[in-house]
Design a protein around this ligand. Structure first.
Ligand code: AHR
Length: 497
């Protein structure tokens, strides 16, 4: 393959990387909560019932904002079912996933877990079957000082001090006909505005995420966003977007080119925010919250058939999926000016980097690019100028073989670059040049590669796909040179002179 050059400049900045783009999502769905993070009685459970083996695995990802309790689940969830003495909480028929929900894990358990893991809480209120007032009451429960009705409920649950939950989503995927309480854009906009006003009246410091279009294929795509943003005005701090991608045609080259359309989705959502801001002549810009993203197409089992903790959408991830996950993260870093929050969906068992089976925990391929980037996330995103060969994907258009993003950490004189080689057969010779500063040495580097795009880790063979230290990096004349393996993702951190 002809060589690729990645040219960067310390002054060509996209913006600071918000650490919240390395967020996660925990939904009451399938075995995400029960048999996932929470399983009292399991040999690895701690005194709170949290699975320490699962949490140890998740700790490696350094996740930030943790969205909860859904997802579609949120649109039928009444938060008061999940507080108070666990054995007095109701067991309910859960309609989003046709499951049984015993409410043993609720607001207090979730916030305790967030504290234990260093996660930033991010609650999704029920704007499907719930009311604006119920959403407002949840803010009071979480954030108001003791002395009033809902804050005192928290106190009697053993938490006298406010939890200080700053991030709140105004419902979930309300544009989708599958959503409990789905309504047209103007109805949702009214519900969201009423909720937002009351929620901010209880606590002025909270930030709100409005439901944007949940997919690029939706009939109301962008028009929904315009209506919602116009009605919410300055009450919307963020607009949400969701994206699940898959390789249904088993066309790896095209699948790996999907990054093009992720870039485009982000730019279109940002354009909607900027358009409405201009129309409203507002000083306030709504930023983007990509609060569900992942590969999901192989396991579509969404019906729990009235069971507790059924096996739902337990996707098994392979090498090409990991490269696409890296593509999402590269795209978020490249759009650091507007993407402020992002949540991989989800964290355990349900379309997740971590799977459990009885006493065992399996690390899936998509875990690794997340970890490789999350560990190097501090700093400012630099505009990556790529010059090199590419190809034309069947549906996603032209892409370079090499996909890239870069983060400069000035406080540590360190540059990190994240590069994928999409070629299935050829090594990609790469030169990395920082125009106005010299690269002095490789501090550390690792790469994830696989000859077979379908290679996956299994409980029987859990270490088939693993990152390895990078070798063969040469530094000369202030630039770095290496060859990227076919079908690989590489993270490199350089010390700068
Ligand atoms: O993450 C699984 C589901 O996908 C979420 O509950 C929903 O928001 C989306 O459709």
């Amino acid at each position: 393959m002809d060589p690729t050059t990645l040219t960067l400049h310390t002054q060509f900045r996209v913006g600071p990387v918000d650490e919240r783009i390395f967020g996660g999502f925990l939904e009451h769905m399938g075995r995400a909560v029960y048999e996932g993070v929470f399983e009292p009685g399991h040999p690895a459970a701690d005194a709170d019932g949290f699975r320490t083996d699962v949490l140890d695995a998740l700790r490696g990802l350094g996740m930030t904002a943790m969205r909860y309790p859904g997802g579609n689940f949120a649109s039928g969830y009444h938060w008061q079912d999940g507080i108070g003495p666990p054995d007095r909480r109701p067991t309910v028929r859960e309609l989003a996933w046709q499951s049984i929900e015993p409410n043993r894990f609720g607001t207090e358990e979730y916030l305790r877990l967030c504290r234990a893991m260093g996660w930033t809480p991010m609650l999704t209120c029920n704007l499907g079957t719930g009311t604006p007032e119920e959403a407002r009451n949840w803010v009071e429960y979480c954030n108001a000082p003791a002395g009033t009705r809902y804050a005192d409920l928290r106190k009697s649950a053993g938490s006298p001090e406010p939890h200080g939950v700053k991030l709140w989503c105004l419902g979930n995927e309300m544009d989708g006909a599958w959503q409990l309480g789905h309504v047209p854009a103007d109805h949702y906009a009214i519900r969201a505005q009423q909720s937002a006003k009351m929620m901010k009246d209880v606590d002025r410091s909270i930030e709100l995420v409005a439901c944007g279009s949940c997919g690029v294929g939706m009939k109301t795509y962008m028009e929904w966003d315009r209506v919602v943003l116009e009605h919410l005005g300055d009450l919307a701090d963020y607009l949400s977007l969701h994206r699940y991608v898959g390789n249904r045609e088993s066309d790896t080259a095209d699948f790996l080119a999907v990054t093009n359309s992720i870039d485009r989705q982000i730019e279109e959502a940002d354009a909607a925010c900027r358009f409405v801001q201009a129309r409203l002549r507002s000083r306030k810009r709504a930023f983007l919250c990509f609060d569900e993203w992942n590969v999901w197409y192989k396991n579509m089992e969404k019906d729990g058939h009235g069971q507790f903790a059924p096996h739902l959408i337990e996707e098994v991830y392979n090498v090409e999926d990991a490269l696409v996950a890296a593509g999402f993260l590269n795209s978020f870093v490249r759009h650091a000016d507007c993407v402020r929050i992002a949540n991989i969906a989800q964290i355990v068992n349900v379309i997740a980097p971590v799977l459990t089976r009885g006493p065992d925990v399996l690390i899936q391929t998509i875990y690794f690019p997340f970890r490789m980037m999350s560990q190097r996330r501090r700093g400012v995103s630099l505009t990556p100028a790529l010059d090199g060969p590419g190809y034309e994907g069947r549906t996603h258009g032209c892409v370079a073989f090499v996909d890239a993003s870069a983060i400069l950490d000035e406080s540590a004189d360190r540059l990190s670059v994240f590069v994928t080689n999409r070629s299935q057969s050829d090594r990609a010779p790469l030169t990395v040049r920082l125009e106005d500063r010299a690269i002095r040495a490789l501090a550390d580097g690792e790469r994830l590669a696989g000859d077979d795009p379908k290679l996956a880790n299994t409980f029987e063979r859990p270490h088939r796909v693993q990152p390895r230290p990078v070798d063969g990096v040469r530094i000369a004349d202030g630039a770095a040179m290496l060859e990227l393996l076919p079908l690989s993702f590489t993270a490199l951190s350089f010390n700068l002179a």
